[in-house]
Design a protein. Structure first.
Length: 441
C-alpha cells in the first residue's frame, strides 16, 4: 500500500513523467522490443500508481530513455520490494542523468510513496551503474541470481539497498551544503576550495558525508594517503575538539594522526594521516557481515579497555548530552521508526533518569559501523570520527554500535557483535541510549 500515487517531476536538467502509449516512437529510436516493455510499464502505472518515468532532456526536449521505480517481479525471492532503475540512451551516458533522475525517484519513494527501503539490481561487472548506486548512497546487500527471461540467459546481479533513514541523512547533508555554498541542493556536494588546495593536484575522492553537511575526502594513494574532514560554517561541528581528542587517544589506541587544521569563510577542516584498513561498511565487508561485526565488537572492546578513564579530560555523560537537548531536538521526521510515535515531552521524560552505570569507559562517541576500520585479515585496525569521545557508560557506545549493525548489515547481527565484545544484551540500557542518540541534533 503506497501513501499516494506519483505525478510528474522536474529536476535541474530533466522532465520526468509517466509513460504513455504515444512514447513508442521516441523510445523505439533507443531500445529494442519497446512495444512490450512500454505496455508492461503502462500496466504497472495503472495498477500500482508508480512506475518508470519517461526522461526528457529539458534543454533540448529530447527523450533520453526512462528511469524510476518498479516492482522486480522477475525475482520473487526478494519481494516485497521496489527497485530504482535507469535505462538511458548511450548518447546520454556519462553526464550524470542517471544519478539525477534516480535521486528524484528515491525522494518520491521515501516521501510521496512512504516506502521504508528501495533496492537496485545491477548486473555484476556493470561498473557505471554500480558507481551510480554508490553516488546515491546505496549499499551492497548481497548477490542474487536472476532467472533466464526471453532471449536473455540467467545473470548474476548485485542487490544494492537504501533505507529511508539513510536517504534522509544524505538528503539533509546535500541541503545543508547547498545553504553553506550556494550550490543547487539537488546536486552532489561540490569540492570546497580549501579541500582542492589541500589536494595539491593529488587524486581526490569523496569518502563520506554526514547529516550536518560535513564531508570527508580521501587524498592520494599509498604511504602518503590522507583524509580531509571538512565542515560548513553553518554546522555545529567542533573539528578542533575532535583533533584534541585524537591527539589524546593516540597514545593508547590506533586513531588517525592529526596533520593540519584550518578554516576560512566557508568552513573548517581537519587533515589526518590514513590508518591501515578500510571502513567496515565498504563493499567487501558489507558482503561479509559476520566477520565485520566481529571485528567491530572486538575493536570497541579494545578501545574501551585501552583508554584510561581517570586520565581522560573529555566527558560524554548523559547529563551533559541532555543539557544539550535544551536547545532543541532532532527533527521528528529523522527519528527512527520505533521512536516516531513518542511526543517530544514524553521522550524527554523517559530520558530524565538515566539507568545506573554498568561500567564507565572512555566511549568512542559515534560507534556506528563506518567508524571502525578493518584490515585485510579481518581484524579491526583503528577507529575514526572521534568528535564526541568521552567518559560514559559503555552502553552509550554499545547501544549505537548494535543499532548500526541493523542499518548497515540487516537484522540479526546485534547479538554476534555483543558476543565479540564479550557481553550479554542489556535491553534497558540499550533502549535508553538509543532514544538519547535519536533525539540529539
Amino acid at each position: 500500500m503506497i501513501a499516494a500515487p506519483l505525478g510528474e517531476v522536474t529536476t535541474e536538467r530533466l522532465e520526468l513523467r509517466r509513460l504513455r502509449p504515444d512514447d513508442l516512437d521516441a523510445l523505439s529510436q533507443i531500445f529494442e522490443e519497446t512495444a512490450a516493455f512500454l505496455d508492461q510499464q503502462i500496466r504497472h502505472w495503472d495498477t500500482l500508481g508508480f512506475g518508470l518515468w519517461l526522461a526528457v532532456e529539458r534543454a533540448t526536449g529530447r527523450t533520453i530513455g526512462c528511469l524510476g521505480l518498479s516492482v522486480p517481479t522477475f525475482l520473487p525471492e526478494i519481494l516485497p520490494a521496489v527497485e530504482v532503475g535507469w535505462r538511458l540512451d548511450p548518447a546520454a551516458w556519462g553526464r550524470g542523468y542517471a544519478t539525477e533522475g534516480a535521486r528524484a525517484a528515491l525522494e518520491q519513494a521515501f516521501t510521496t510513496l512512504g516506502l521504508d527501503q528501495v533496492c537496485s539490481l545491477i548486473q555484476v561487472g556493470n561498473r557505471p551503474s554500480i558507481r551510480v548506486a554508490e553516488r546515491l548512497g546505496m549499499r551492497l546487500a548481497r548477490e542474487v541470481q536472476v532467472p533466464a527471461e526471453g532471449r536473455r540467459g540467467a545473470v548474476r546481479d548485485l542487490m544494492y539497498v537504501l533505507t529511508r533513514p539513510e536517504w534522509a541523512v544524505r538528503a539533509r547533508s546535500r541541503r545543508l551544503f547547498a545553504e553553506a555554498s550556494g550550490a543547487a541542493a539537488g546536486n552532489d556536494p561540490a569540492v570546497p576550495a580549501a579541500v582542492l588546495a589541500l589536494a595539491g593536484g593529488r587524486s581526490l575522492r569523496l569518502a563520506w558525508t554526514n547529516a550536518l553537511g560535513g564531508m570527508t575526502f580521501e587524498l592520494g594513494h599509498g604511504p602518503g594517503r590522507r583524509f580531509v574532514k571538512w565542515s560548513p560554517r553553518t554546522a555545529a561541528i567542533d573539528l578542533g575538539g575532535e583533533a584534541s581528542r585524537m591527539e589524546w587517544a593516540a597514545s593508547f589506541t590506533p586513531v588517525p594522526r592529526v596533520l593540519q587544521q584550518g578554516s576560512d569563510a566557508a568552513g573548517t577542516w581537519l587533515v589526518t594521516a590514513a590508518l591501515p584498513g578500510e571502513t567496515a561498511v565498504s563493499g567487501r565487508w558489507r558482503a561479509d557481515p559476520a566477520r565485520a561485526v566481529a571485528a567491530i565488537g572486538r575493536g570497541l572492546r579494545s578501545l574501551h579497555d585501552a583508554l584510561p578513564v581517570d586520565a581522560c579530560p573529555f566527558s560524554w555523560s548523559p547529563e551533559g548530552r541532555l543539557a544539550g537537548l535544551r536547545g532543541g531536538v532532532r527533527d521528528l521526521g529523522e527519528w527512527e521508526e520505533e521512536h516516531r510515535r513518542l511526543p517530544v515531552p514524553r521522550a524527554l521524560d523517559l530520558l530524565a533518569q538515566p539507568p545506573s552505570v554498568d561500567r564507565l569507559v572512555v566511549c568512542h562517541g559515534d560507534a556506528c559501523a563506518p567508524n571502525t576500520l578493518i584490515d585485510d585479515a579481518g581484524r579491526w585496525s583503528g577507529h575514526v570520527d572521534l568528535g564526541s569521545l568521552g567518559v560514559a557508560d559503555r552502553w552509550a557506545d554499545l547501544a549505537v554500535a548494535t543499532w548500526s549493525s541493523c542499518w548497515n548489515y540487516g537484522p540479526g547481527w546485534e547479538e554476534p557483535l555483543l558476543a565479540a565484545y564479550g557481553i550479554e544484551p542489556d535491553p534497558e540500557r540499550t533502549r535508553y541510549y538509543r532514544l538519547l542518540w535519536d533525539l540529539e541534533p
